[in-house]
Write a protein of this length. Structure first.
Length: 302
């Protein structure tokens, strides 16, 4: 299993490349603002991953977007089809990390099951458990819950114990209520309706609460911890690592990456230099791994 750690020099092994697979597409589709990232068919995803491997990328995080939305998600068949085919094709040549959330599946785009503009935690955990079970059966190497609900890591760890799964959990343990998620939400079709996510994502100003969130996830059985967004959470990484002794990474989110693309497109900076500097800063802050949309662009240069 992948052992992420922060070496003196940023390496390709520290980077994780996102892959989007969307049901119903006939060919890959551009994701506005994210350069050469696309919403893929299963077949186009395979071609992209094959190319990425040749460029030195081994770690991938998958976001699966089904066509049919569900009020209480229980059917993750398209997820299973996508992940199992990818794993069958590439096997141990890749580390398959699977984002585990309900926002791309629910009818209202929320990360949990809602009732009267509130989260039904019990039903949410149940659906997340079904999802995680399905992903592991499909070949997931790491489950990455990004829902930010209370007790999700504990719930999943308990479920894994009952089923005798030894799958690591990469928790989105300090995830903020941020304005930097726009391009991702377009790709994942996950913009929330009726109310926002401030009731379960972290307030940007509250450093203490953000640290506590990661400490709590560590106690509940997380194998890896994560801050999100990357640059705006950069001050948290080393303290979380020191207090938990767990590998801790950052997600350089879609809005951050799109900002660099915008600067380059408008001739306000050189993309390669801007991008490398942003990753080096996150790595310097102590990140053991970085989820980033341009892993494929820089892997060979590291």
């Amino acid at each position: 299993m992948k052992n992420f750690f922060n070496s003196n020099k940023l390496k390709a092994s520290n980077l994780i490349q996102p892959i989007f697979i969307e049901e119903g597409l006939k060919s890959k589709k551009v994701i506005k603002g994210l350069g050469v990232n696309y919403s893929h068919t299963i077949q186009s995803a395979k071609k992209t991953i094959s190319s990425d491997i040749k460029k030195g990328v081994k770690n991938f995080i998958f976001f699966i977007v089904p066509k049919t939305k569900q009020k209480k998600p229980e059917d993750f068949n398209f997820h299973y089809q996508s992940l199992s085919q990818i794993k069958k094709t590439f096997g141990k040549r890749i580390v398959m990390i699977v984002d585990t959330c309900l926002c791309s599946v629910t009818t209202d785009g929320h990360c949990g099951i809602t009732h009267k503009n509130k989260i039904n935690l019990k039903e949410t955990h149940k659906s997340l458990g079904i999802a995680a079970d399905t992903f592991i059966q499909a070949g997931a190497d790491i489950i990455a819950p990004s829902d930010m609900m209370k007790g999700t890591t504990r719930y999943l760890r308990s479920l894994f114990k009952k089923k005798k799964f030894k799958t690591p959990i990469m928790s989105y343990s300090s995830k903020f209520f941020s304005s930097f998620y726009g391009p991702f939400r377009n790709a994942a079709k996950s913009s929330p309706k009726k109310f926002d996510r401030s009731s379960y994502q972290l307030p940007v100003h509250d450093r203490k609460k953000a640290i506590q969130s990661s400490l709590m996830n560590a106690k509940q059985g997380a194998s890896f911890l994560m801050v999100k967004p990357g640059i705006t959470s950069i001050d948290l990484i080393r303290e979380i690592k020191n207090k938990t002794k767990l590998p801790t990474g950052a997600y350089q989110v879609s809005g951050e990456y799109a900002s660099l693309q915008y600067l380059a497109k408008n001739k306000l900076g050189d993309f390669s230099k801007l991008y490398k500097e942003s990753l080096l800063a996150i790595h310097r802050a102590g990140a053991d791994f970085i989820i980033t949309y341009g892993a494929r662009d820089i892997a060979k240069d590291l």
